[in-house]
Design a binder for this molecule. Sequence first.
Ligand SMILES: [Mg+2]
Length: 257
Amino acid sequence: MGSAGPTALPALRTNPKFIFFTDFDGTITQQDSNDFMTDNLGFGPVLRKKGNEDVLYGRRDFRDAFRDMLDSVATPFNMCIDILRKNITLDPGFKAFFEWARENNVPIVVLSGGMEPIIRALLAHLLGQEAADSLQIVSNNVAPRNGKSINDVGGWQIVYHDDSGFGHDKSLEIRQYSRLPAEERPVLFYAGDGVSDLSAAKETDLLFAKAGRDLITYCEKENVPFTTFNDFSDIHAVVKDIVTGKLSVKEAATGRK
Ligand SMILES: [Mg+2]
């Protein structure tokens, strides 16, 4: 592509016709690592669910509710990673989808409200180091608190990606692609499950929302077209049909199943 250069967008490097953006927690993985830490090491599920509802119904910013959740976890960061490695499992269809996407030049970009060192450690553990290194990840990060090390008790805090009310406004990354001129613009997909995906939900050509989760409630409330998935084997089947021209993105947006 003529626009290749130092400022070229990373997911355009191989001139793809399709790009697959995806949430990480509860989408690529079966459990949400931040929810897991909050429920088991922090203030617990009752306060967490109350926080999620406040965000979903517009009473609070995701940014503040999410920081409260994570601030309730005092466990050293390296111990958090060890605990998560033992408890978080991969979506059963993701590995096959990942391999198919690689072979078919469909770049996968992870857009996450979680913290990059946790996402990298879990992907290396679940998919292998080489696969983990090959994925582009745009997410929040972690930093030490009050002169401590992140591996001390109460020693870490989340560092947000941007100044938005989302902490990480996932639409910012997607818009760099959706605003390309029509002849350069790939078809854009997004998969997600929850409140961290609200900013991304309206930005792509086809949104996959996880069955039974908060993102579906939001899409129906806001009239955002979507299709439901149970695991990545559902996504794999639909994306494959679109890539091979058997199905259009409009036909695929079937809503709640
Ligand atoms: Mg999620």
